[in-house]
Ligand binder design. Structure first.
Ligand code: C2E
Ligand code: CA
Ligand code: CA
Ligand code: CA
Length: 278
């Protein structure tokens, strides 16, 4: 039994070493991807339920890997967060999104707001607000066409600090939204202090609509909470006509999800923007 135990320990150690090695390799690969600019942004449109128009789009990063093809953020953002590479990747994303949005305007499309996801580490960097200002200046995009999506959990890590940074961003003129709303723990009193323009109802509450009575109640509660605080509210992950109708009836202002469109390449979004209304 002792022998088996020792073998097991050795196998375990070898496995750990292999895993550590693989991780280093993937980390190095990610670093190179940044240098070679292997990232691309896809855009998922957002529709105003009142007008039926696409008024905004969320920028979602992908890694165009030379061998493995298009990788979704779930496959590399966690490693990027862990290694600190999320800083430069996030910078790239922000600048690319501003540049693209400015290019759409220059091409004569009616202006939309582009939303960019912000990770906690990025948000906590001391020069973050300056970086946002630099991305705007460099692209020539007016601040009001940029929105930053902050998750509830990011904000709750250090509410005081977050509120300060949010006020600095607000003074720049960018919009702020709370992403994945309902999954964190922001209290009503803290929510009141955040200078945000909208709440995004997390997909987990939308998925089982309209059948699930708990989720239906939660979705209605978030809409009424948002409206009480004079915020707009958008539901993400809307996949069906039934979900859309439920949300419309519940007073939700905007939707995003596969029902409208998956995240698409810039050229495909441009085509959607040329359709007068859906
Ligand atoms: P998220 O911010 O909650 O983004 C929404 C995710 O839900 C996207 O996945 C989108 O493709 C997916 N989605 C949208 N509509 C539907 C739907 O109707 N049904 C279903 N099943 N899924 C839908 P994606 O692109 O894989 O992004 C995953 C997460 O990665 C994002 O979640 C966000 O947290 C993170 N992420 C993406 N881009 C960036 C980025 O540039 N920077 C940072 N820091 N994080 C990013
Ligand atoms: Ca988001
Ligand atoms: Ca979200
Ligand atoms: Ca989500």
């Amino acid at each position: 039994a002792k022998e088996i135990g020792r073998d097991a320990v050795q196998v375990f150690c070898a496995e750990m070493a292999t895993r550590a090695h693989e991780k280093l390799e993937r980390q190095e690969e990610l670093r190179q991807a940044l240098a070679r600019e292997e990232f691309v942004l896809h855009y998922q449109p957002q529709m105003d339920l009142g007008t039926g128009r696409i008024f905004a789009a969320e920028a979602l990063v992908r890694w165009l890997h030379p061998e493995r093809g298009l990788l979704s953020p779930g496959e590399f953002i966690p490693l990027a967060e862990e290694t600190g590479l999320i800083g430069p990747i996030g910078d790239w994303t922000l600048r690319a999104a501003c540049r693209q949005n400015r290019a759409w305007q220059a091409a004569g499309l009616s202006p939309i707001v582009v939303s960019v996801n912000v990770s906690a580490r990025q948000f906590q960097e001391k020069d973050w607000v300056e970086r946002v200002a630099a991305a705007l200046a460099e692209s020539g995009l007016e601040a009001c066409y940029l929105e930053l999506e902050l998750t509830e959990s990011l904000i709750m890590q250090d509410v005081q600090q977050a509120v300060e940074t949010m006020h600095r961003l607000e003074r720049l003129g960018v919009h702020l939204a709370i992403d994945d709303f309902g999954t964190g723990y922001s209290s009503l009193s803290s929510l009141k202090r955040f200078p945000v323009g909208r709440l995004k109802i997390d997909r987990s509450f939308v998925m089982d609509l309209p059948g699930d009575p708990d989720d239906a109640a939660i979705a209605r509660a978030i809409v009424s909470l948002a409206h009480t605080l004079q915020l707009r509210v958008i539901a993400e992950g809307v996949e069906s006509r039934e979900q859309l109708e439920f949300l419309r009836e519940a007073g939700c202002d905007e939707i995003q999800g596969y029902y409208l469109s998956r995240p698409v390449e810039p050229r495909a979004l441009e085509a959607l923007l040329r359709i007068p209304s859906l």
